[in-house]
Design a binder for this molecule. Structure first.
Ligand code: SME
Length: 138
């Protein structure tokens, strides 16, 4: 039962579900703010291991979302200046913040090997997923 799982197990199950069921979701993971420090730490994820387990606020797509509190859809990562490459197969990315009591506490990050696959439907869907994540965390 869900109640027997830890928070990280439940978040990992969400990553697995998303990666398995949406063919253009190729890397799915969570980054969370680390207390009062202005940096993100990698949480549960599925996909290729990444060296970028700690990301300072402002750096890369993830770091920018930590500051902007806005969704960030990148149709083509090669067109971004402030981008941290995790894998050469990645063509596009979407990052959607997670809010708990109105506060941006982290984000879901999805990489795709397809160019320009993300639509507003992905944004609305991932906002919905993140509301469930917020419930799991609080
Ligand atoms: N591409 C991200 C870094 C995280 S990896 O995608 C897993 C960025 O630019 O912030």
């Amino acid at each position: 039962a869900n109640s027997e799982k830890t928070v990280d197990e439940r978040l990992l199950a969400i990553c697995e579900l998303l990666e398995n069921h949406v063919e253009y979701y190729n890397w799915v993971g969570f980054y969370f703010r680390n207390g009062t420090k202005e940096e993100l730490h990698l949480g549960p994820y599925v996909g290729a291991p990444t060296d970028h387990t700690v990301i300072p606020f402002g750096k890369g797509i993830c770091g920018q979302v930590a500051v902007s509190n806005q969704n960030f859809v990148v149709p083509d990562v090669s067109a971004q200046d402030n981008y941290i490459a995790c894998s050469i197969t990645v063509k596009s990315e979407i990052v959607v913040p997670i809010f708990v009591n109105g506060e941006n506490i982290g984000q879901i990050d999805i990489d795709s090997n397809t160019i320009d696959p993300f639509t507003e439907k992905d944004e609305r869907f991932l906002e919905f997923v993140n509301k469930k994540v917020a419930q799991i965390l609080s």
